[in-house]
Write a protein that binds this ligand. Structure first.
Ligand code: UDP
Length: 456
């Protein structure tokens, strides 16, 4: 039994089924399935409604039932179009699925729906069946509050962003600067504002809000959230540390080569580099990263996901002499078992895009970060990592120049600043562990969540 496992007395069967509906993206599927596992472990039965797109592998979850909807998919050109389309195209199939599941009287009665915050359309559908809807927000609280502040930011002229104001502080949201506002590049900003508005409003109208965060990490933001969102709020993270869940990776993990390569490296010597499941970069930036890693002289494990480099299938842009030069000092994989990598004694730093899951996973293993946020909430997460928790450094202004990269790696891996960062992140790691033990904040919030859902 792992140290943080939930007490067995929490685990008796409750005789209630919970329906989950994840957003079909890796960074949303992982925490949703982890949450489903947590709630299963404390006695609930679980059904997952999912789209055919990025469908989870049911064989990894024999204790859940799965219900697929929306097998036909329109082409989508970018992430914003996908999110908008899901909120339009899923309405009828989701209604149909709920109607079937609620009509089936053979199993435990259905207590509530837990849906991703971005799938705001589920509010009306759940309401039409009188089914309570609880929201899971898979990002951090600070970035959510920034999204909630968009109307004010628009009114005060911070948005749309003007290049001349990038370094200005956002007085209303310290320590954010204008360049940290969580946007994505789009020719249709109105579409983005409308999506965020709907997400915020339909979260406010929900029966409760679950977070993959913990009180000690985001206390000031949680306090503000409780003022602005007067609904029950349950920060019960870090989800993945409650106990080991089966993998929900959509891309096969290169488990064997990643870990056996790390096994050959010295303690705290490796820079682990990954930019998550969605971000993409220009070829020139990719080459600069490669050169920066080469000149840093540190070993590195680099996740180059197919699709990471715009216009390339995989590693074709890398010159052969770079690969020859490495001579085993670097190892490149398409997808890594990230949590296992971060736990490994050889990893000394994580060069990350600061997706919320990656940020939390790094904190939980006490790994200092080099932050290179690309868009949306990653920008806010990175600012909190570098300026609030002070557990990482930012490559400011997306300064992808090999000399700057080399300097940042040196600072984190060998200099005094890096040592101080490591001490602080180890302290947060300890807090992340304590909050899951009996009497800890996430443990207690999980107990109240259990009681709350049991009453539905
Ligand atoms: N991940 C992984 N292997 C990789 C890269 C990422 O398993 O090589 C996982 C990572 O552990 C995290 C998720 O994919 O749980 C990425 O989520 P995150 O919020 O960090 O970023 P996103 O992919 O949503 O941008």
């Amino acid at each position: 039994m792992e140290e943080n496992q939930i007490e067995p007395q929490l685990g008796e069967r409750i005789g209630r089924r919970i329906i989950f509906f994840p957003l079909p993206l890796q960074g949303h599927i992982n925490p949703m399935l982890q949450l489903a596992n947590i709630l299963h472990s404390i006695g609930f039965s679980i059904t997952i409604i999912h789209t055919k797109l990025n469908s989870p592998n049911p064989t990894n979850y024999p204790h859940f039932t799965f219900h697929q909807i929306l097998s036909e998919f329109d082409e989508y050109s970018d992430i914003l179009s996908l999110l908008t389309m899901l909120n339009e195209k899923c309405v009828e199939p989701f209604k149909q699925a709920l109607s079937e599941l609620l009509g089936d009287k053979s199993g435990d009665p259905i207590g509530c729906l837990i849906s991703d915050a971005i799938l705001y359309f589920t509010t009306d559908v759940a309401k039409s069946f009188n089914l309570p809807r609880i929201v899971l927000r898979t990002g951090g609280v600070a970035s959510f509050l920034t999204f909630a502040a968009f109307p004010v930011l628009l009114q005060k002229g911070y948005l749309p962003i003007k290049d001349s104001r990038l370094e200005e502080p956002v007085i209303e949201l310290p320590p954010l600067r204008v360049k940290d506002l969580p946007l994505i590049k789009t020719s249709q900003p109105e579409k983005l504002y409308s999506l965020l508005h709907n997400m915020i409003e339909e979260t406010k109208s929900s029966s409760g809000l679950i977070w993959n965060t913990f009180e000690e990490l985001e206390q000031p933001s949680l306090t503000k959230l409780r003022q602005d969102f007067p609904i029950p709020i349950f920060p019960i993270g870090p989800f993945h540390k409650h106990f080991a869940s089966p993998s929900s990776s959509l891309i096969p993990e290169d488990q064997i080569s990643s870990i056996s390569w790390l096994d050959k490296q010295a303690n705290n010597s490796v820079v682990y580099v990954s930019f998550g499941s969605i971000a993409s970069i220009e070829e020139k930036d990719f080459l600069e990263i490669a050169q920066g890693l080469a000149s840093s002289k540190h070993p590195f494990l680099w996740v180059v996901r197919p699709g990471l480099i715009r216009g390339a299938d995989w590693l074709e842009p890398l010159p052969q002499d770079f690969l020859d030069l490495l001579n085993g000092r670097g190892h490149i994989v398409k997808w890594a078992p990230q949590v296992e990598v971060l736990v490994h004694r050889a990893v000394g730093a994580f060069w990350t895009h600061n997706g919320w899951n990656s940020t939390l996973e790094s904190i939980c293993e006490g790994v200092p970060m080099i932050c290179m946020p690309c868009f949306t909430d990653q920008l806010v997460n990175a600012r909190y990592v570098s300026d609030v928790w002070r557990v990482g450094l930012q490559l400011e202004n997306g300064n992808l120049e090999r000399g700057e990269i080399e300097k940042a790696i040196q600072k984190v891996m060998v200099e005094k600043e890096g040592e101080e960062i490591r001490e602080r992140v180890l302290c947060l790691k300890e807090k992340a562990s304590i909050c899951l033990r009996p009497g800890g904040s996430s443990y207690e919030f999980l107990k109240s969540l259990k009681n709350y859902i049991s009453l539905f």
